[in-house]
Design a protein around this ligand. Structure first.
Ligand code: ATP
Length: 239
């Protein structure tokens, strides 16, 4: 299984200064899989994504993505390999329109896709953005900004997308819309690693679930099995 993985993390450790946050995370994601990474606040989920993207001050271990070892690479080189990241803070750039923010997704990925065609295509997937392409990005609602951050990650057709709590602080109607979008991406064969506090919602979207607690993987199963196991959810995911 792990040999065919798109992403294989082995014995990942990470530190903030002297604080040892990740204590040997190992997990894999196969092509076309949607994996939910869950666990309580402070468990190390965001740190795992940040370490993968080269954003931690210190990280050791092996993180193999699409046949390449990621840890020795600079952050922008990881984007160029087809790894997209939607951080918790959406980083919509003030002063830029929705269209210009989308363009940044192509630039960050070093994409050679023709810009106009790429924006037209992504706008079909995100009708709320299509109507607002020339509006300044930061004037959108919080949920729409989250959609923009996701669209910006998708526009260069990455091999895999890391999403950090996309549903956080978003109106229920948009969370529902996002769920429909993620199901569609899953059906199209996209590979997603989804960090979420909204555990039930994430488990209903995912194929597999991984729980992190205190910087270690403590449980892996199908998403359906974890959804049915209230004891484990209560033990490791209760806020
Ligand atoms: P949350 O939902 O709260 O973000 P999480 O599972 O994503 O939870 P992380 O953000 O990865 O957790 O945090 C893991 C640990 O790292 C926590 O103990 C947190 O206090 C610590 N931590 C996070 N950011 C920093 C930082 N900039 N400096 C020092 N410690 C940090």
């Amino acid at each position: 299984m792990a040999e065919t993985a798109l992403l294989a993390i082995n014995d990942l450790h990470a530190w903030y200064g002297a604080s040892h946050i990740l204590h040997g995370i190992s997990l894999h994601v196969s092509p076309g899989e949607v994996v939910a990474l869950v666990g309580r606040n402070g468990a190390g989920k965001t740190t795992t994504l940040r370490a993968m993207m080269g954003l931690m001050p210190k990280a050791t271990g092996r993180v193999r993505f699409a046949g390449q070892e990621l840890l020795p690479l600079r952050a922008h080189q990881r984007f160029h390999l087809g790894l997209a990241y939607v951080p918790e803070e959406r980083r919509i750039v003030p002063g830029l329109s929705v269209r210009e923010n989308l363009r940044l997704g192509l630039v960050a990925a070093g994409s050679v896709i023709e810009e106009r065609a790429a924006i037209d295509e992504i706008a079909e997937t995100f009708p709320r953005l299509k109507e607002r392409l020339d509006q300044e990005g930061v004037t959108l609602s919080g949920g729409e900004q989250q959609m923009l951050a996701i669209a910006r990650a998708l526009i260069a057709k990455p091999k895999m997308i890391l999403l950090d709590e996309p549903s956080e602080g978003i109106m229920p109607v948009l969370v529902e819309e996002m769920g429909v979008l993620f199901r569609r991406l899953r059906d199209e064969g996209k590979t997603l690693l989804l960090v979420e506090q909204n555990v039930e919602w994430a488990l209903r979207l995912a194929d597999r679930a991984v729980i992190i607690d205190q910087g270690e993987v403590v449980h892996q199963s199908s998403a359906a099995a974890l959804l049915a196991d209230k004891d484990i959810q209560e033990r490791y995911c209760a806020v």
